[in-house]
Design a protein around this ligand. Structure first.
Ligand code: 5GP
Ligand code: ZN
Length: 178
């Protein structure tokens, strides 16, 4: 997509008006015109990247640092009690504007906002889980030199005390209930 066809690039260039809450040389943040809660902010990199896959890692560092500070601004500026950060990546995931953006949505106890309504499936077996784990792990690309990937993917075994039979059957019942 070209800059002239991209709504968020046009906002970045000041050609489409927006209520800008923050900007620096890399990042722009402005109010979403159709907020999920009042004070809902969109944060974009000024450079055009269609989504998270496209942005180089070194550009993410200043981006995420700004997101942290903007989120604090949303929290305090709206007197919210919390916030959600949402990234819809690709059309299938609900991304309407193909210029990477994070939603920072202020949250208030009892605000009745549903952030997604995701279903919860169950794996058929541990083998199925292992296969997926291995396949996904093998497909994570190497990072840029500044962000090297940990070679050792095995997590250290957690030190857990053995559960009693009573505890195990309680947990099983809770899982079945869920
Ligand atoms: P997406 O579904 O792509 O994750 O979210 C796009 C968001 O951009 C929507 O929440 C929508 O309300 C917002 N939006 C779309 N066009 C404009 C615009 O021209 N100005 C502003 N401020 N927000 C927009
Ligand atoms: Zn753009």
């Amino acid at each position: 997509m070209e800059v002239k066809d991209c709504v968020f690039c046009q906002i970045g260039l000041g050609k489409i008006p927006a209520k800008v809450v923050y900007q620096d040389s890399n990042v722009l943040a402005f109010l979403d015109i159709n907020p999920s809660n009042k004070g809902h902010v969109l944060v974009i990199p000024k450079n055009h990247f269609s989504d998270l896959v496209e942005i180089p890692e070194h550009e993410l560092k200043p981006f995420m640092a700004a997101v942290k500070r903007i989120a604090e601004g949303v929290l305090r500026g709206t007197k919210a009690e919390g916030f959600n950060i949402v990234l819809n990546n690709s059309k299938a995931a609900g991304q309407a504007i193909p210029h990477l953006h994070l939603h920072v949505i202020p949250r208030f106890t009892g605000d009745d906002l549903q952030i997604g309504s995701w279903r919860h499936l169950k794996y058929e077996s541990e083998e199925e889980m292992n296969k997926l784990r291995d396949s996904i792990s093998a497909n994570v690309p190497a990072g840029e030199p500044e962000f090297p990937r940990e070679e050792k993917s095995e997590l250290p075994k957690p030190k857990v005390k053995r559960r009693s039979k009573k505890e195990v059957s309680f947990i099983k019942r809770e899982i079945e209930k869920a």
